[in-house]
Design a protein around this ligand. Structure first.
Ligand SMILES: Cc1cc2nc3c(=O)[nH]c(=O)nc-3n(C[C@H](O)[C@H](O)[C@H](O)COP(=O)(O)O)c2cc1C
Length: 366
């Protein structure tokens, strides 16, 4: 039996199938974070392609958290008209949209963020491309509020859910990681203290959006760097998520070191797909929350197997939908069982305003 095209609910949201578009930075905003018209067209095409739930590219909650050029801002009420149009574009063609909210911390855009700030003082090389200083307690309170106001804006703009980005070495994942968070106050040190920033962010988000609005997380379960989060640590975090107030979890890994990357290159064979499957199994053992799994899904049999085995409830994809936004429809109509994505990571723009797109020469045959 096919599970891929059966509905599934989390929080108050019912997703019509099990396919999720994992957050994908579009690079379609101006220098102030305002959405460029190309983004609406991009998302209209994506939503028409039959994906169950679209998670937007990460949007910065505060100007100091801008992670790269052309990143969309959700940091000010002035962004609301563009954000409304964003959500409406997806809704107009029957899609569902979750806004991913983020702060880069030490992973910031040096062109627009004058000072690099994160959980701790860091030298270059410590996963930091330039020296960083530690946030003060007052700044931490400001950041928590910035996440809460961003979530409030997402809801006000009409997004169906919010995803808090706690993966890939950005600010929340920096606080969680013992490799980056070397604080000795209540925001660092013990497992419980490193979890505090995430807990406080979700508490503040809930205070703004209410108990019913779907709020979920993208969690990096393992850092893959020396002294970083292990899979055991990741499972402990997953076990706490429901109590923290989240409705679902999407699993990923890696904080920027060479050993574990979130967008693994060269996924070609079935055995190379679903490269974070072990994470999902560990997560399922400790949580009743719906689990979305991302990382290397390319063929229908692998997707169906993961769902049938109960290892995940949703299949999340990024690069296959850059390669072909109509991939979900093609799967549904039985036109193909396999994405044309060859995981070469040629998705990034080469010039300002171009936005992401598949630049691989081979699109259909692998
Ligand atoms: C061009 C590009 C942009 C991405 N932007 C984001 C992002 O904004 N937020 C995020 O959580 N992950 C982001 N990712 C990571 C993907 O969501 C996903 O976790 C990863 O690519 C693995 O999935 P895949 O094998 O289906 O591509 C991005 C990846 C790529 C290739």
């Amino acid at each position: 039996m096919t599970l891929l095209f059966t509905p599934y609910s989390f929080g108050t949201l019912t997703v019509p199938n099990r396919l999720v578009r994992s957050a994908t930075a579009e690079r379609m905003a101006d220098a102030d974070g305002r959405i460029l018209p190309t983004l609406y067209l991009f998302y209209r095409t994506l939503a028409e392609g039959g994906i169950g739930l679209i998670i937007t590219g990460h949007m910065y909650v505060h100007p100091g958290g801008k992670a790269h050029p052309e990143m969309t801002g959700i940091h000010s009420d002035e962004m609301l008209p563009g954000l409304r149009q964003f959500a409406e574009t997806i809704h107009q063609v029957g899609g569902l949209a979750a806004a991913q909210i983020n702060h880069g911390g030490i992973k910031n855009d040096a062109e627009s963020v004058s000072e690099s700030v994160g959980p701790s003082d860091l030298e270059v090389g410590d996963l930091a491309s330039r020296p960083a200083r530690a946030f003060t307690e007052a700044e931490i309170a400001m950041l928590i509020d910035a996440f809460a106001q961003a979530a409030r804006r997402a809801k006000q703009a009409g997004f169906d859910a919010v995803q808090v980005h706690a993966a890939h070495g950005y600010l929340i994942s920096q606080f969680l990681s013992p490799a980056v968070n070397r604080r000795t106050d209540e925001w660092g040190g013990s497992f419980y203290n490193r979890l505090r920033f995430l807990r406080e962010v979700v508490r503040a988000v809930r205070a703004e959006v209410g108990a019913e609005y779907p709020v979920f997380i993208k969690l990096g379960m393992m850092d893959g760097v020396e002294g970083g989060l292990t899979l055991e640590d990741g499972a402990r975090i997953v076990a706490a998520l429901q109590e923290i107030g989240l409705d679902a979890v999407e699993l990923s890994g890696g904080i920027g070191g060479p050993k574990l990357t979130n967008s693994k290159k060269g996924v070609r064979k079935a055995a190379e797909e679903a490269y974070f499957l072990e994470f999902a199994r560990r997560a399922k053992a400790v949580t009743g929350l719906p689990v979305m799994l991302v990382g290397g899904f390319r063929t229908r049999p692998v997707m169906e197997q993961v769902l049938a085995d109960g290892d995940a409830d949703f299949i999340s994809m990024c690069r296959p939908l850059i390669n072909d936004p109509d991939f979900p429809n093609k799967l549904k109509r039985g036109e193909t069982d396999k994405s044309g994505c060859i995981s070469a990571n040629n998705c990034w723009p080469t010039g300002f305003g171009e936005g992401i797109g598949c630049k691989c020469p081979v699109k259909t045959e692998v």
